[in-house]
Design a protein around this ligand. Structure first.
Ligand code: ZN
Length: 467
């Protein structure tokens, strides 16, 4: 039995176009678009019609950087795949790409299988995986090839967190050389973790233990230095590079220089770097712990460079790096020692709205909003045009968005499994009204009607900017 849904009367916004069109969906896919009131649309019969008058019809968001249930600093990120994907849907995101973790001493296979198991049967929306490489060796390099075949086509390495995720330059180079051969994309956490750890030790010895020192020791220059080094290593290896969570103006400059040379270097930033700053880290008492993440929040002045980078395409993607830890019971672990505060912020539910606010504020255009939040992450990670756009043949992952509704972001009303909001009390214009995942309603006019297990694993092709 095929089901047909008609989304009628909206403004369809994609990275390429803004068109007043009705969208016909059949068997979970978009089959056609037609001008409002056209004979074609009038002749379409549907089992269900959704009214999108005065609304935007958007492709579902693609959040290419989440960490559900991530083990970190002796605890786990507080959103499970079940709660985190439900919250994502509430925020208009219909695909996440999460990071499976290789533990040192284990193969990639064990880590990946553990992540398949965590996500299996519980997700509200579709999901895919990147692989975190914590231990680059002959065996894991071979495993990378197999993972690319399996649809895990990107690998994250860390220049920070010595003793946990850290890889030295030699290991990074080897992984990059391998990815140049097998088509994988290396994603880099670019901070000089060896130098940072020295500064952490010195700060703690001086009695500087408050959350704000987290931002002071993780210096912008050490992000820029690592970004520069990662780019040079990628050049030597002849590999493309994607730098995750870029926060410092100086790091954006390194990426801009590389791109001006025509190198395949890409940059991602996150809403927290665009909307929050070291002012938040310096909030009184222990409040600043809510904003501890790495790379850290920067002084406000860096934000202009990030917006400029997004407008000029030196930065291409906005993901969340969603990695929530409760203020009570988790962030607490770092009272009296900022280095023990679990690193991460909640945000998977807020990204589409915050970026719409950026449209309202004039930072980016409406189409650029969809480009950095839907289309480019889909292309970057081999999901396009199944995900990231509204076109015949695409998965019917659609958001009906009310661009005029006002809402106040708050832990009291959000759906993420965390006891605070990084944006508490902030009022934004625009709100998700209805969400479809492969043609099935997940959110129906601000009511959750989805189900755990609807979301399926999506194997990915290689980066679509390198063909
Ligand atoms: Zn991350």
């Amino acid at each position: 039995m095929s089901t047909r849904t008609l989304v009628r009367g909206g403004l369809v916004v994609t990275a390429a176009d803004e068109i007043h069109a009705d969208v016909l969906i059949e068997d979970g896919r978009v089959v056609a678009l037609a001008a409002h009131g056209s004979d074609t649309a009038a002749g379409w019969t549907a089992d269900r019609t959704l009214d999108a008058t005065d609304r935007y019809v958007l492709p579902g968001g693609v959040d290419a950087h989440t960490h559900m249930e991530l083990p970190f600093g002796g605890t786990f990120a507080s959103d499970t795949f079940e709660t985190g994907t439900r919250a994502a849907a509430w925020g208009g995101t219909t695909t996440i790409v999460d990071f499976a973790v290789q533990t040192v001493g284990q193969g990639l296979r064990e880590g990946l299988d553990a992540w398949y198991a965590k996500a299996d049967g519980v997700c509200a929306i579709d999901y895919a995986f990147h692989m975190i490489l914590s231990d680059v060796n002959e065996y894991t390099l071979k495993e990378m090839d197999r993972l690319v075949q399996e649809g895990i086509t990107s690998f994250k390495l860390f220049m920070a967190y010595p003793g946990v995720f850290y890889s030295d330059d030699g290991r990074i180079l080897r992984a990059m050389q391998r990815s140049a051969e097998n088509g994988g994309l290396i994603m880099m956490h670019a901070e000089n973790g060896i130098a940072i750890d020295v500064l952490v030790e010195q700060a703690l010895a001086r009695g500087e233990t408050d959350p704000r020192y987290h931002g002071e020791v993780r210096k912008a220059l050490l992000e820029a230095e690592a970004t520069h080094r990662a780019i040079q290593l990628a050049r030597v290896a002849g590999a493309p590079l994607y730098v995750v969570h870029v926060s410092a103006e100086e790091a954006v400059a390194e990426i801009t220089t590389a791109r001006d040379k025509g190198l395949p270097v890409f940059g991602e930033t996150c809403p927290q770097y665009l909307f929050l700053s070291t002012d938040n880290l310096a909030e009184p008492g222990f409040e600043g712990a809510k904003y501890v993440c790495s790379t850290p929040l920067r002084p406000r002045e860096h934000q202009a460079a990030l917006w400029r980078g997004l407008r000029g395409n030196d930065l291409q993607v906005v993901s969340t790096d969603h990695c929530p830890f409760c203020f009570t019971g988790q962030k607490d672990l770092g009272r009296g020692d900022f280095s023990k505060i679990p690193n991460g912020l909640p945000g998977v539910e807020n990204r589409m709205d915050l970026l719409h606010q950026a449209v309202v504020d004039g930072h980016i255009s409406r189409r650029r909003w969809i480009e950095i939040a839907c289309a480019t992450p889909a292309r970057m990670f081999g999901l396009y045009p199944k995900k990231g756009t509204i076109a015949p043949g695409a998965d019917a992952d659609l958001v009906i968005y009310d661009p005029h509704a006002r809402q106040t972001l708050s832990a009291a009303t959000h759906h993420m499994n965390v006891d605070y909001s990084a944006y508490e009390g902030r009022t934004v214009t625009g709100r998700v009204e209805t969400v479809l995942s492969r043609g099935e309603l997940v959110i129906d006019q601000r009511e959750y009607v989805g189900r755990a297990g609807h979301g399926t694993f999506v194997p990915r092709s290689t980066c679509q900017y390198l063909d």
